[in-house]
Ligand binder design. Structure first.
Ligand SMILES: [Zn+2]
Length: 90
């Protein structure tokens, strides 16, 4: 697989290789986010977990999943991200 330009870290880097099972969004992520940044988000105890805890998101609920997706877009700086990502780790 060829390298991609990552919108998050602004580096040319290895793409995501995992199967994300996210449909259309998966293609967008794989074209714009590197493996390292994805890992930062998705790893156990990573940013995704932080967001779920911070906003007390219920992923069994459609609103919860939509809110998580919105946070994910802003974290990865995807083109139509609506909000700036607030990083609680700093
Ligand atoms: Zn990256």
């Amino acid at each position: 697989m060829s390298e991609i330009h990552c919108l998050k870290c602004e580096q040319t880097a290895e793409p995501i290789t995992d199967n994300l099972f996210m449909g259309k969004l998966e293609q967008e992520l794989k074209a714009n986010v590197c493996g390292n940044c994805w890992n930062e988000w998705a790893r156990p105890g990573g940013v995704k977990t932080m967001v779920i805890n911070e906003y007390q998101l219920n992923l069994g609920d459609e609103n919860g999943r939509a809110a998580l997706k919105k946070q994910m877009r802003s974290f990865f700086k995807l083109p139509d991200a609506e909000t700036e990502f607030k990083d609680y780790r700093h």
